[in-house]
Design a protein around this ligand. Structure first.
Ligand code: CU
Length: 122
């Protein structure tokens, strides 16, 4: 009988933790997010760090990650907080081209020599 009771108890605990898990999963999913991919003029890991940091400070951005070989920046964002246009402009203001849009000239000038697009990927 004691055994049976403890079996019931652990079964109850299991159910409770399963319920808590489902709740956490729903929570981390959060509000709807969208993903935007931008082709940039980044050339190296410094560019990657610079762009990812810059985007991380943008309103509504949840995650930004640059793939150096393909120069593609993938941004996960909240469409209720920002727009693809704002994100593209953030990339330009960091000194990089975003898709067919040219980098902000002043920001580009401030980039270290090795990060300018005249340099090939290294
Ligand atoms: Cu660079």
């Amino acid at each position: 009988m004691k055994f049976f009771a403890s079996l019931l108890l652990s079964g109850g605990l299991l159910l409770t933790s399963a319920g808590a898990f489902a709740q956490t999963a729903a929570k981390t999913k959060g509000p709807a997010t969208e993903t935007l991919q931008l082709k940039t003029s980044a050339v190296c890991d410094m560019c990657k760090a610079r762009l990812e940091k810059s985007l991380a400070y943008e309103k509504g951005v949840q995650q930004a990650s640059l793939d150096v070989p393909s120069k593609v920046l993938t941004v996960t964002y909240r469409p209720d907080k920002t727009t693809p246009e704002a994100l593209r402009s953030a990339v330009q203001k960091t000194g990089y081209d975003a898709n067919d849009q040219t980098a902000d000239a002043r920001a580009y000038e401030r980039l270290p020599e090795c990060c300018k697009k005249t340099n090939s990927t290294h």
